[in-house]
Design a protein around this ligand. Structure first.
Ligand code: NDP
Length: 395
């Protein structure tokens, strides 16, 4: 996997001839389309799951060659709606992977939510082209496999997640052997400073009120529980080949420093900007070139001050749990992810309370540590399925 920031094989970057966007109807997907529109990049493929109305609008706006809905019934509906356009519409998870290969875009943005992004990630990787990866769950569930496949095909995986985009940029300042640690910043989301007892009383509405980022509902809850930061530790381990111990989480409520790299001479190189995923998407698409884009410039005078705090592992146990999961390895991170998907979905539909999310995820992981033996994709997907059943039984 080429995540070391050198221009690959003389590639000077810039605008690709075309782009595919997976998870196009979501928060990152729509922002990716804004980037494509801004730079007039033609779209090969747009995908979503069930949001037919959203996809129809995007398809009419962008006129991609292909639209794929993971849900077959949604695909049928879309196919009727887009009957006058000449766009090829397909349905099903297998069709998505086949169409990714057929579209063969020079760059594919994977902004699918959750473990459902894994097989599409592997399909992109098999092309040996560029994957702009927002779907962090692919790396949480099967980081070793994704990495090994990317190495085989020469696929460049460029991170879209803002922290990993920042780290990727900061790694330009030195050699890999000179890196001492990675400072992974976290906003602290709405519940920074709250105790475990206080978290018992928070509501879904409170959890969805992220102070600095406007994101999809699931990642907003993951930010509130700090599961998101735990996933990002795992993501960084895989993307940058660093040990988990070399990754320090720093709570930084303003979300201006998106992460930093500390070098052996004690220099710390950070990346700053106004929080805007369109910058991360654009950089992943045009790297190593930089182009003017849609992001408002950073006015440090209006920001005024930047603050930093250590994370609280007692109030937010999912962050240390992620470290335990990666230390156990094998299928345990897949179990962690699957239990979290189930618990967050239950919280979003108000079946459980906020602190039940961490309880269910912790208990599921503890029950399934034996899944550390899982290695292949099918073993990891089995671990995922078992974790879902266990997690459901816990609420
Ligand atoms: P959203 O929930 O806003 O969008 C998710 C997208 O994935 C939608 O297009 C959805 O389709 C599609 N999708 C959902 N389930 C499936 C499935 N089973 N098969 C195929 N497609 C599916 O998510 P976000 O944009 O917030 O997040 C996307 C990814 O990016 C996540 O991995 C997240 O962690 C990561 N990320 C997001 C950031 C953000 O700012 N939002 C920041 C950094 C990372 P439909 O609309 O039809 O349901």
């Amino acid at each position: 996997m080429n995540t070391v920031p050198n221009a690959p094989n003389g590639n000077e970057g810039g605008l690709p001839a075309s782009l595919s966007v997976l998870g196009a109807t979501g928060s990152v997907g729509r922002q990716s389309i804004e980037v494509a529109e801004r730079h007039r990049i033609p779209l090969d493929l747009l995908s979503a799951n069930v949001d037919v109305a959203g996809m129809e609008k995007l398809a009419r706006l962008c006129m991609p060659r292909f639209c794929v809905m993971a849900d077959e019934a949604a695909a049928k509906d879309l196919s009727v709606r887009l009957g006058d356009t000449g766009i090829t519409v397909r349905g099903g998870a297998d069709a998505l992977c086949e169409t990714i290969r057929e579209a063969n875009s020079p760059v594919t943005v994977n902004a699918i939510l959750g473990e459902a992004g894994l097989l599409p990630t592997l399909a992109c990787v098999s092309l040996g082209r560029r994957l702009a990866l927002s779907n962090k769950e692919s790396l949480v569930v099967a980081g070793e496999i994704v990495k090994a496949e990317a190495k085989k095909t020469g696929c460049e995986i460029i991170p879209v997640d803002s922290e990993h985009s920042a780290i990727f940029q900061c790694l330009h300042a030195g050699r890999k052997s000179e890196v001492k640690s990675i400072l992974l910043t976290a906003s602290g989301a709405p519940f920074r400073g709250k105790t475990r007892e206080e978290l018992e009383k928070v509501t879904l509405r409170d959890a969805l009120a992220h102070p600095t980022w406007k994101m999809g509902a699931k990642i907003t809850v993951d930010s509130a529980t700090m599961m998101n930061k735990g996933f990002e530790v795992i993501e960084a381990v895989h993307l940058f080949d660093v040990s988990p111990d070399a990754i320090k989480v720093v709570v930084h409520p303003e979300s201006i420093i998106h992460s930093a790299v500390e070098y052996i001479d004690s220099a710390v190189v950070a990346q700053l900007s106004t929080p805007d995923m369109r910058l991360c998407v654009q950089y992943a698409v045009t790297y190593p070139a930089r182009l003017p884009g849609l992001t408002r410039e950073l006015d440090l005078f209006s920001v005024g001050s930047l603050n930093f705090y250590p994370p609280d592992p007692d109030a937010f146990p999912l962050l240390p749990l992620a470290r335990r999961a990666i230390a156990l390895g094998g299928g345990v991170p897949a179990v962690l992810n699957a239990a979290n998907e189930v618990a967050v979905a239950a919280f979003l539909s108000e079946k459980i309370g906020f602190t039940d999310v961490s309880r269910i995820v912790c208990e599921t992981v503890e029950k399934l540590t034996g899944r550390r033996d899982a290695k292949t994709v099918s073993e990891l997907l089995d671990a995922d399925q078992e974790a879902r059943s266990v997690a459901v039984s816990l609420y």
